[in-house]
Design a protein around this ligand. Sequence first.
Ligand SMILES: NC(=O)C1=CN([C@@H]2O[C@H](COP(=O)(O)OP(=O)(O)OC[C@H]3O[C@@H](n4cnc5c(N)ncnc54)[C@H](OP(=O)(O)O)[C@@H]3O)[C@@H](O)[C@H]2O)C=CC1
Ligand SMILES: Nc1nc(=O)c2c([nH]1)NC[C@@H]1CN(c3ccc(C(=O)N[C@@H](CCC(=O)O)C(=O)O)cc3)C=[N+]21
Ligand SMILES: [Mg+2]
Length: 296
Amino acid sequence: MAVIIDGKAIAKRLRDAVAVQAANLETKGIIPGLAVILIGDDPASEIYVRNKERAAQKAGVNAQTIKYTADVSEVTVLMKIKELNLDPKIDAILVQSPVPAHINEELIQETIDPSKDVDGFHPENIGRLYANRSGYYPVANTPRGIMTMLAHEQIDLAGKNALVVGRSILVGRPMFALLQQANATVTLAHRYTPSDTLMHLLADADVVIVAVGQAGLIQGTSLKDGAVVIDVGINRLADGSLTGDVDFASAQEVAAAITPVPGGVGPMTIATLLQTTVELAAQHHQIELEQAWQNI
Ligand SMILES: NC(=O)C1=CN([C@@H]2O[C@H](COP(=O)(O)OP(=O)(O)OC[C@H]3O[C@@H](n4cnc5c(N)ncnc54)[C@H](OP(=O)(O)O)[C@@H]3O)[C@@H](O)[C@H]2O)C=CC1
Ligand SMILES: Nc1nc(=O)c2c([nH]1)NC[C@@H]1CN(c3ccc(C(=O)N[C@@H](CCC(=O)O)C(=O)O)cc3)C=[N+]21
Ligand SMILES: [Mg+2]
């Protein structure tokens, strides 16, 4: 039976470390500021935003949410982003994805100041990530949080076969970049990967990261014995409960370690968002965070 990776507990450790760093910054008169822009009234997004606000407050991060109705004009959102770019109290800007179809999401991502780009969506930051550049730049929080989890579980990636299923800018593609940086041999599967190909890839994968949004996509019988399984998917079942993309019961029989949904990747995403916000605040004030994330 697999070890169940307790994302909630690891996220708590990370949030506590963020609180320590935020308290250090506060002695220098700095309170990290995060602005979240939420367009439309998607109930799931509202839950994420509420979770973020609560966690931010506890960690000493000043979070504000700017809400627009779904019919807001693109120019209104762009002007708000430009205002936040110039606001010295704001260190991090997040525009909740997806945005309504009449708004150009690429333009939104390119308008956010790269030094306030807490999701790491700006082409400048993505370029740095894909080029393995040195120096600090923000990286998407879900994949980064997954790397923190794997490190906490002492899962060594060097030389391992890692399979990422899903290629979004939010999860799959930055995940690919981070795994190859950790010296795994990485494969990226997606909608056009034939299912028999996916089965061959799964049979060979030591580490599987699934971010698709389809309950039951991966069954335990498809996994390699002893695989590490990271389930990013968030799917709501008819009874209102949440489930991932992996069939947990069957996967648990075969895997060495697996993340649950809820209580796995989701809490890590929120804690890492706060971690990145604190780092961006330190960057803006040219402060070196000392011994920051040592014991996560
Ligand atoms: N726990 C957390 O912190 C987070 C959870 N999520 C959840 O993760 C899931 C994925 O999110 P996100 O990446 O934003 O979603 P997107 O819809 O942006 O991307 C989904 C990806 O899955 C691919 N795909 C679709 N169907 C299949 C299939 N049958 N087999 C293989 N690949 C397929 C798509 O391919 P193509 O590129 O061809 O369209 C696409 O690359 C969602 O459930 C979301 O709610 C997301 C972010 C954070
Ligand atoms: N610009 C942008 N950045 C994002 O990072 C981003 C986004 N847009 N759009 C939506 C997705 C999704 N996402 C989640 C965050 C937290 C949980 C989370 O906290 N999940 C908990 C609990 C969920 C619950 O119980 O409601 C869990 O899995 O245990 C889930 C999903 C961030 N996303
Ligand atoms: Mg997409």
